[in-house]
Structure formats: C-alpha cells, structure tokens
Design a protein. Structure first.
Length: 330
C-alpha cells in the first residue's frame, strides 16, 4: 500500500516538499477487520489549517504521519459481516491507497445511479455546507440578493445553485473568466472576476445595485470589505471560510469598514458544518432529488493517482478547480 505523509509543516503556500509518499506492507486481516482499496479521496481547504500545529476545532496533523481526509473506498477482503467484499464505504482514511479497519467511523454508501464520488462533494460535506449556510445560518429568503465568493468551488457552486432554487438573485465572485462563463451557463447572471477588478466593492455595487441581503463568505479580506460596503440593512453574513488568509504568514488586517455592522444592523455568524450533521438526512433527501431532476449540477475537477494528491491540494489555493476537487485513486 502507499500513503502520503506530512513531511514538514508549510510556511505560506504549501509545496510538494511538505509531502512524502511511503510504501508500506499491510499485515494480514484479523477477525472483525476488512481491507479497503480507496477509489476516491477529497482535498479540502480546511486541511491547510490542520497542517499548522495549533489548537482548533479539529486536531492538527502529526508530522511524519499519514494525512487524513474524506475518502470513498471498496471493501476487497473482509472478516466483518456488516462490510462484505464489494461494498463501498466512506471514511476519513484519505491520502492512502489501501488500509485495514474494524469499521469504526465508516459508513456504507447507499446504491445510487450517480458516481459515488459525489458523496465527497455535492452530496457530502461541501454540499451540506452550502445548504447549512443558506438555510440554517443566513436564512435566505425568496427575492433577496445573495452574494457568494469562491463561487465556482465545491461549496460556492452549490451555494449559487441553491440560491437560485430558493428564489434569490445571485451575484458570484470567481477568479477566472472561464469560471465566470461556467456559472453563467448555470443561470447565474451576475458574475465578477475579482482578478480583473481594481475595485471589488464598486464591481459588486454595479452587479447588485439593489444591495446584498445575504453574503456567503468563503474568502475573507477584500471580499468581506466589499460585501460590508454593499450589505442592506438587517443583512446576514454566513461565515463559512476565509481561504484568502490560510497561507498568510503574518496576521492580516481586518476590514476598515466594520462599523457597517452597527449602521446596517448586520448579523455575522460563523459555522462549522459538522455541528449541523443531525440535518444531513434532510439535506441528502432534497439534494438527491435536485440532482436527479437536473436542478443542481455537480461539477468536479479530477486529478489521477495518489502521487498527484499534493498537486490537487495545492491547486485549491491556485484556483485550479471548478466544482469539487477530487483525486481518483483506482
Ligand atoms: P473550493 O472548491 O472553493 O476551492 C478553493 C477555491 O477558492 C479555489 O478554486 C479558488 O477559486 C478560491 N481561492 C483560493 N485562494 C483564494 C484567494 N486568495 N482569494 C480568493 N479566492 C481564492 O473549496 P471548498 O468549496 O471546499 O471550500 C470553500 C470555502 O469553504 C473555504 O474557505 C473552506 O475553508 C470553507 N469551508 C468551510 C466549511 C465549514 O464547515 N465552515 C466546510 C467546508 C468548506 P478562484 O479561482 O475563484 O480564486
């Protein structure tokens, strides 16, 4: 089997030198265990936070140890009645080709006409994040204006599409013209390429002259400042992520226009999707239907092979993905 270890902690932008590939021998299966061959693994921005040695809502990765993350695998040998050979499982055992487990924290995947890889994207954690932020945190209402940053990514592209389904006007921000065109093809009329604007706040004002009622925050920094400038009274900001800061080595200054929180009587609320997991059943029921009847489209960007996992991960911070960034292992 092969595993990818955290070789060193990134300083700033992660590089290939922060990862190392290791060949290991797996022992024979014991009673109650099964052998999984991973088919897909996820790379996610939050993993950058786990590479820093600090206390957070999730433990940091240990130096010299195999990394972890969402994965979908197939059972290829089994001494466990609940996980027979051929069953597909989801786990947090990404960044490795094969592993042995007793099944703790493993979920059997239901039969689906879609690729099981979608359980790492639109039907999994990122999709659930978009749904939670809009419904449970921001409480987006019909007729309101929604602004989404990192809008063509795993979370953002779902947030944009759900916004349309909820009857909102959607304004999106992305980092390339190609991403903007893809969102327009999905029915998002106002898309800003933030890399081409010199004044993001002004660009947002032109895209949403009626103002913004809900901001789905994925980026932070200049995006947050632009949103604050353009929020309507009693607007809500669901703070999901601040990817623009994850590779910063110095503390970044806050927006200079925070006083709008008072003047506009805003509600700004951060959230971590796992605290809302009791609603996952409700979410999958709705999302499976939207996917089946084409109301939500699930884009993916796929890198092939475990040795390309570091490139896929680094690519998240270079804007290399449209939709969910995945690594196909087998
Ligand atoms: P994405 O699929 O959106 O991938 C990251 C994207 O972010 C890139 O493609 C890039 O797109 C954009 N980006 C990267 N660096 C910058 C930058 N400096 N400024 C602006 N945009 C940048 O990732 P996810 O959908 O998985 O995650 C999106 C956000 O949601 C992240 O902040 C993540 O941490 C957060 N998150 C939070 C969760 C929670 O529970 N709170 C759960 C899951 C995700 P572009 O080309 O447009 O720049």
């Amino acid at each position: 089997a092969q595993e990818i270890l955290l070789a060193s902690r990134p300083q700033g932008m992660p590089t290939h030198a922060n990862f190392s590939l290791k060949q290991i021998e797996l022992p024979p299966l014991k009673a109650g265990e099964f052998l999984v061959k991973n088919l897909w693994m996820s790379v996610d921005p939050y993993m950058r936070g786990r590479m820093v040695d600090r206390e957070s809502y999730i433990a940091p990765f240990a130096l010299g140890q195999v990394l972890e993350g969402g994965a979908i695998g197939e059972v290829i040998e089994s001494n466990h009645v609940d996980f027979p050979v051929g069953s597909k499982v989801s786990s947090m055992k990404g960044w490795r080709s094969h592993y042995i487990t007793d099944g703790a924290d493993h979920t059997l995947l239901p039969e689906t006409p879609l690729s099981e890889s979608h359980f790492l994207g639109v039907l999994g954690m990122p999709g659930m994040t978009a749904w939670t932020g809009l419904n449970r945190i921001a409480q987006l209402k019909e007729g309101e204006t929604l602004f989404v940053s990192a809008a063509s990514g795993a979370v953002g592209s779902v947030a944009c599409q759900l916004g349309l389904l909820m009857g909102a006007k959607v304004v999106a921000s992305v980092g390339s013209d190609e991403k903007a065109e893809a969102l327009k093809a999905m029915g998002i009329e106002q898309v800003i390429n933030y890399k081409r604007t010199t004044n993001l706040s002004q660009a947002l004002k032109e895209a949403a002259p009626q103002g913004v009622d809900v901001y789905f925050e994925n980026v932070g920094g200049e995006h947050l400042a632009a949103a604050l400038d353009n929020m309507n009274d009693h607007g809500r900001i669901a703070v999901c992520g601040m990817i623009a800061q994850y590779n910063e080595t110095e503390p970044t200054p806050g927006p200079s226009n925070l006083a709008y929180i008072i003047m506009k009587k805003l509600r700004i609320e951060g959230f971590i999707v796992f605290e809302h997991w009791q609603h996952y059943g409700e979410f999958t029921q709705q999302m499976s239907q939207w996917l089946a009847n084409g109301q939500v489209k699930a884009e993916q960007t796929i890198y092939e092979g475990l040795d390309n996992a570091p490139a896929a991960f680094i690519g998240l911070f270079e804007g290399k993905n449209r939709g969910k960034m995945l690594v196909k292992l087998a």
